[in-house]
Design a protein around this ligand. Sequence first.
Ligand SMILES: [Zn+2]
Length: 113
Amino acid sequence: MKRKLRRIKIGGFVYTIKWDYVFPDRTDIEGICDNTKNEIRIKRGDGGGTEFSDAHNKKIFWHEMLHAVAFAHRIPEIMLDENNDLVDRIACALLDLFENNPKILEELNGIEK
Ligand SMILES: [Zn+2]
């Protein structure tokens, strides 16, 4: 799937999203939120030639985005990877919420259809 979202504003920060990122020295991570460079990097696949599913890529994205939100809004409980399971659960819950209720964004943006 071709990704269009390249930048995202979180708090006062603009993060660049790097889809299909290659982590040359790390086989143990699927994504990273680099708050020093304001970058969210998402790995394309498992490193063995298998690409992640679209659903899995979305989950990684939401996970890393939550780390950025936590950094911008000073929520230490989910800022770092110590509570990755909690971050995964919140990421899945929010992804489910937005996927099943696309009109939420229309409502927030005041779009009438
Ligand atoms: Zn994490």
